[in-house]
Design a protein around this ligand. Structure first.
Ligand SMILES: [Zn+2]
Ligand SMILES: [Zn+2]
Length: 181
């Protein structure tokens, strides 16, 4: 089961579209599990949220074995700087574990036209699938059309698809099957 939790208001029609796409991507029951407050421990002075602290301190939702929980924040996220400086942060996942967070702050503006809402939803779905993919042990993928391709990559299309490539999809299906047995 995938449980989606908001830390900021998300349009209910966007949420419904996201739930549908996640269900199709992983073949797992997916539900909206409500809104939780942003943990104050994660709030940085620059208005960003520390992604690692957020996942540690955020209010849990009721889960069972192998459930995955995706939190959606409205504020930008930050990660500790690595040797090449601070990586641009679209989301962060406790690799192979239970919790991931993504932000809507870096998505294309939602706008009001059908086309712009569609673009927004597709990118939201892509980042959600990417983060949940990491929870199912998926690594980054070299295929720029795959949702597991790094979100910060130069070769990512301006309006990328949200699908997994065949390799990543089969790997996630194997992991999910193993978890069920
Ligand atoms: Zn990633
Ligand atoms: Zn892939």
């Amino acid at each position: 089961m995938i449980r989606v939790v908001t830390l900021d208001t998300v349009d209910p029609t966007d949420m419904a579209a996201l739930i549908r796409t996640l269900y199709q991507a992983f073949g797992l029951g997916t539900e909206f599990a409500g809104e939780k407050p942003v943990p104050s421990e994660a709030e940085g002075k620059d208005g960003r949220l520390d992604a690692i602290t957020l996942l540690r301190e955020v209010e849990p939702v009721r889960t069972f074995a192998d459930d995955k929980v995706l939190y959606i924040a409205g504020a930008p996220l930050s990660l500790p700087p690595g040797p090449l400086g601070e990586p641009p942060c679209w989301g962060f996942a406790d690799y192979g574990k239970e919790r991931a967070v993504i932000t809507t702050a870096k998505l294309p503006a939602r706008g009001v036209s059908e086309a712009s809402i569609e673009t927004y939803r597709r990118r939201l779905a892509r980042e959600a699938i990417h983060a949940i993919g990491h929870l199912w042990d998926l690594h980054h993928c070299v295929d720029a059309r795959c949702a597991m391709h790094p979100s910060w990559s130069q070769s990512l299309a301006a309006n990328p698809d949200s699908d997994l490539c065949t390799f990543c999809r089969e790997k996630s299906e194997r992991k999910i099957r193993l978890a069920k047995t």
